[in-house]
Structures are given as structure tokens and as C-alpha cells.
Design a protein around this ligand. Structure first.
Ligand SMILES: Cc1ncc(COP(=O)(O)O)c(C=O)c1O
Length: 365
């Protein structure tokens, strides 16, 4: 295909970069999907052709995340933010309390939402250190009565990530994995429920993936509005009402790409190399670039750093934009700089950022 487009170095925090080959496949199939004479967007969600896409996306997720038997994969809408409410609505029954580990803005939001709906407590918090690390597993407070323990596996805004997960045994462990799902292999069986907005590591915005253990699904509250019940999605293969068909189709294309790359283990190697290119510059800059996360808590997905002054950060971001880099400003709530190097961000983008950071350092240090 003749190259008549310009792709930038996309470090957006989400929605974020998608694999070029997945976008090209969608482009090639846009007007006539599989000989149907229609776009996937125009297919009935009750058609065989759409159902094949839907089921293939579920099957690929199960395969690529090595999801054990006894779990359901669901597709929902409302973003990860709706999960902040759905989790307590479904599982925080009267007389029980849920524990939340606070590791950043998104876990605070999940906690605040649950607080509106039932009794919650802070099981551990990294707030005192401005969220530059993850609490030690031994610091997490909860007991056998705890309704569930909620964690945020990767903190998109502060750039920290859990390096190992707690073993909560009989207490359901629930994780928001929006910004690092499928970036490395992990043991799904430790979790009772995992949720992730797709728009960082799995595909485009519009669909939220939920992985839920069947025994928890069976215990979910039935006395809440239909569309907020996990049980309804489980019973209907996420086809109770019209799902976001095109987003799910894009997730399927992205998962096919992940499989071609060699799966989660290969992506992990790749992600470590990509993030390493940038962390190396930070570490070798004599404090010119100041990493926010403690090295032991560093995220491979969101690399956060500051420069000596806001004026210098502004200069850095403007110069970066001029060199074809997009999305390097930190979240509006914390400022600074952030490079989001999700699964589909190419190695070449990280290499180019490394070169740019080195040359900016040489000029301004
Ligand atoms: C870890 C995490 N949780 C939740 C959200 C909110 O997701 P959504 O916009 O899909 O509601 C985000 C968005 O950046 C996130 O990074």
C-alpha cells in the first residue's frame, strides 16, 4: 500500500495508539466486512457475522490472558468509571465493608464512588508520599469479613504499578487494570474481578472489559437496575442489549495483533525494553529529568517525570510537539510530563523520544 499518511509518535494516555496493522485491516474491511456488503458498524448485533466477531474477541482474551475455566469475559459500556459504581452496587451488601488501596487519582475516585453506595475503608494508602510508590503487601489491612479488596494495578497519572499482587484467599480481589491489562503475564486466578476500559491497551474507547469469576457473578446483587447487573451481562453473553459492536471488533483486531506479536510474554519483553529506553535517560540525566515514581514501583506503561521548572517543561513540551511527539504533557491534575508507552506504541517511538530527550538535555542542562 502506498504510504500517503503521516503517523506521529503517539504517547497519548488514552485513547492511545493502536497497531497500524489493526487500523489497516479495519480500513480494508470498512465497506464490506467478510463479504456481507456492509461495514461491521452496519451489522445487526444479532447476526451470525457479528456474533463470530464478539465470540472471537472473548476467546482471544481468554487465551492471551490465560484466563482459567470458571471465569466469564464481559463487554460493558460506561468506561472504567462506571465500574467504580457497579462493583459496590453488585458486591457491597448491607452490613459488609469493602477495602480500597489508594495508589492514585483513579483509586481515589473508585473509593469515593463506593463511599456513596456503602461502607468502605482505606486498606492502605500511598498518598502521604504523593503516590510515588505502592504500599508493601504486608501493610494492607483487611480481614476475612471484608466484602472485597479493590486495587488499581497501574496508576496512569502518577506512573506507578504493582509489581506483585496480594493473595487475598477468601476475600475477593478486584482490580482496575485499565492502563496495564495485557502488558505482561499475570495470574488471573488471584482475582475475582478485573475491569479495564479498552482505550489504552486493548483497543478503542467505548467498551470496558470485565473478567469475573463465576462464583462471584452468582452472588451479584439482583435488586439493582438491569443494565448495572453483572449477572445480566453474564447470562446474555454481553448481548442483552446492543453492545458497542465496532469497538469490540477493534478489540478483536488488536488481540489478533497481540497474538501475532507472541502474546503477553512477548509484549512484556517489548514493553520493558521500550520503557527502559526512557527510564535510562531519566536515570542518566543527573536530575535534569526527575522521575516521579520510586524505581521499585515504576510503571512500564506511564513514564512520569518533571523538569526543573514549569517554564522548562513548557519548552520541552513545545519542542517535543515540533518534533512530532503527541501526548507528552502530564495529566491536568498533576502537571509535569508523561510518556504513555502502551502495548501498541512502537519501539521506534520510544527510541525517537529517547533521542529527543537526550538532545534536549544536551541543549539545556
Ligand atoms: C486506571 C484508570 N482507571 C479508570 C480510568 C477511567 O476510565 P474511563 O475514562 O474509561 O471511565 C482511567 C482513565 O484514564 C484509568 O487510567
Amino acid at each position: 500500500m502506498e504510504k500517503n499518511y503521516k503517523r506521529v509518535y503517539n504517547f497519548n494516555a488514552g485513547p492511545a495508539a493502536l497497531p497500524l496493522t489493526a487500523l489497516q485491516k479495519a480500513q480494508a474491511e470498512l465497506l464490506d466486512f467478510n463479504g456481507t456488503g456492509m461495514s461491521v458498524m452496519e451489522l445487526s448485533h444479532r447476526s451470525q457475522e457479528y456474533e463470530a466477531v464478539h465470540n472471537r474477541a472473548i476467546e482471544l482474551l481468554k487465551e492471551l490472558l490465560a484466563i482459567p475455566a470458571g471465569y466469564e469475559v464481559l463487554f460493558l459500556q460506561g468506561g472504567a468509571s462506571l465500574q467504580f459504581a457497579m462493583v459496590p452496587l453488585n458486591f457491597l451488601t448491607a452490613g459488609t465493608k469493602a477495602g480500597y488501596v489508594l495508589t492514585g487519582v483513579w483509586s481515589e475516585k473508585a473509593y469515593a464512588e463506593a463511599q456513596r453506595l456503602g461502607e468502605v475503608f482505606v486498606a492502605a494508602s500511598a498518598k502521604a508520599g504523593n503516590y510515588c510508590q505502592i504500599p508493601a503487601l504486608a501493610e494492607i489491612q483487611y480481614n476475612v469479613e471484608t466484602a472485597y479488596l479493590h486495587i488499581t494495578s497501574n496508576n496512569t497519572i502518577f506512573g506507578t504499578a504493582w509489581q506483585e499482587f496480594p493473595d487475598t484467599e477468601a476475600v475477593p480481589l478486584i482490580a482496575d487494570m485499565s492502563s496495564d491489562i495485557l502488558s505482561k503475564p499475570f495470574d488471573v486466578s488471584k482475582f475475582s474481578l478485573i475491569y479495564a476500559g479498552a482505550q489504552k491497551n486493548l483497543g478503542p474507547a467505548g467498551v470496558t472489559v470485565v473478567i469475573i469469576r463465576r462464583d462471584l457473578l452468582e452472588k451479584a446483587n439482583k435488586n439493582i437496575p438491569t443494565m448495572l447487573r453483572y449477572g445480566i451481562y453474564g447470562k446474555n453473553n454481553s448481548l442483552y442489549n446492543t453492545p458497542p459492536t465496532f469497538s469490540i471488533y477493534m478489540v478483536k483486531l488488536m488481540l489478533e495483533w497481540v497474538k501475532e506479536q507472541g502474546g503477553a510474554a512477548a509484549l512484556y519483553q517489548h514493553n520493558r525494553q521500550k520503557a527502559g529506553l526512557i527510564y535510562d535517560v531519566i536515570d542518566g540525566s543527573n536530575g535534569f529529568y526527575l522521575g516521579h515514581a520510586q524505581p521499585a514501583a515504576r510503571s512500564l506503561m506511564n513514564i512520569t517525570f518533571r523538569l526543573a521548572s514549569e517554564a522548562l517543561e513548557k519548552k520541552f513540551l513545545e519542542a517535543a510537539q515540533g518534533h512530532g511527539f503527541v501526548g507528552l504533557a502530564g495529566h491536568r491534575s498533576v502537571g509535569g510530563c508523561r510518556a504513555s508507552a502502551y502495548n501498541a506504541v512502537p519501539y521506534e517511538s520510544c527510541q525517537a523520544l529517547r533521542e529527543f530527550m537526550l538532545s534536549f538535555y544536551k541543549e539545556y542542562a
